[in-house]
Design a protein. Structure first.
Length: 95
């Protein structure tokens, strides 16, 4: 599992806790303790969002880099193949 997916799962768990806390108030104002817990969970969700954004960026860059390397290798292999065919043609026309 990708790191960003793990972080998304953690965020979902935090959001579930926030939802449960909200529902437990039953439409009433939060107590001081509930406000404190809400603030703690909210901060954790914000931190996870930032971490997810960073991880997703790094993962995308790794994929981009791998794709560029694969293209470079494919181009290099194609040049070698053309060069080899050219050499074979030169040899066959010399005789």
């Amino acid at each position: 599992m990708k790191k960003s997916d793990e972080l998304r799962q953690q965020r979902a768990e935090v959001l579930e806790q926030m939802t449960a806390l909200h529902r437990s108030a039953g439409g009433n104002d939060f107590t001081e303790e509930m406000n404190s817990k809400w603030d703690e969970l909210s901060k954790r969700a914000e931190d996870l969002n930032k971490s997810i954004e960073r991880e997703a960026f790094i993962e995308a860059e790794e994929v981009r880099k791998a794709n560029e390397e694969a293209k470079r290798k494919a181009n290099e292999d194609a040049r070698r193949s053309v060069s080899k065919k050219t050499e074979e043609e030169k040899v066959s026309t010399e005789f």
